[in-house]
Ligand binder design. Sequence first.
Ligand SMILES: *Cc1c(COP(=O)(O)O)cnc(C)c1O
Length: 398
Amino acid sequence: MPGFELFGDAERKEVQDVLDSGVLMRYGFDAMREGHWKAKDLEHTLQTKLQVKHAHLVSSGTAAVSVAMAVAGVGAGDEVIMPTFTFVASFEAIMMLGAIPVLVDIDSSLTLDPQAVEAAITPKTKAIMPVHMCGSMANLSALQAICSKHNLLLIEDACQAIGGFYKGKPLGSIGDLGCFSFDFVKTITCGEGGVVVTNNTNYYKHAHEYTDHGHDHIGMDRGAEAHPYLGYNFRISELQAAVGLAQARRLYDFVAIQKKHYQLIKNILASIPELRFRTVPEGGEESYGFLNFFLPDLETARKTMAGFKTAGVDACFHYFDNNWHYIRKWDHLKNLKTLYPVSPEVKAGLAYLQTKSFEQSDLFIGRNISCLIKLSWTEDMVLERAHKMKTAILEALK
Ligand SMILES: *Cc1c(COP(=O)(O)O)cnc(C)c1O
């Protein structure tokens, strides 16, 4: 990742079709569109690639997560369990519905710790949202068992893990609903966009309506459509879908390139005895968009990052010191800074964030370095990079 590294003639052709017809809207304008339905074609492509009954495109990954919860009935005052390590979007999407994000610790998989999840369940809990950060997953069988036991929804934020698998099933297809992002830096990109996938026809129907102002999409005349309930506009445009279509067709080619680069680097770093790779649960197959490893302590991780910088090794992240992906620096969320008043229930529900410490998460994130795997590298570049990384890590370990 990111997919934009491999933009080319395929993307150009799909976009040209849309510009030639002039129809940028995914619905209607049948006579003008010269048979081009890019959003529909992309949905069909994703259904096949992700082995799901339904896929509904939306305007972003953040919208996908929020829409997934809305169509399954998550709303005001409901608690949604999510990990401390994710992109801020997971938190935002829950807040958008007036629901309450309940953050719990991660384990050595860098995703939800099932024991911490079980301990956080209350009578208000409605859903568990694992986030497949940096291309890999939590123990989803354990989370499924918890969901069945407590009658909870399982909603996968798979925005960073398209192309990964768990026990033979594509990530995103395992829970009640799965969410993906096609923003500019993701494995499959169309600029801005996302998708909700599900095998539940009712959720799919709701997603279709809810993301288009509640239009029921029955009949050809949009002006005559009924509105069964309140909706919003989370639509994708044909232009974005066109780019996404050209990209999504090559999904597993992209994953194969990532896997090759990942394994070359991993093999070289594996000779460092003090280094540990993230745990991938049994039956899990990463999407290989990132290589994640642990150093023995926080100080060594920081020294390694400094060494990478000196050596010119870019695209590696120490999330402990990063503003976007880890609870430690989310002061605006911990202190509930909003432009508008928040309900007293949500305020009370989030009070824990001001005092709660997440020591277990700190231990893993403090020692973790996460390196992006790029698609455009040559094998020589990958090997040169891996050797620079190894030298910098050995130096930091001295
Ligand atoms: C990128 C991302 C999102 C949000 O996607 P956008 O398309 O940028 O809104 C949500 N969750 C995770 C884990 C992400 O990485």
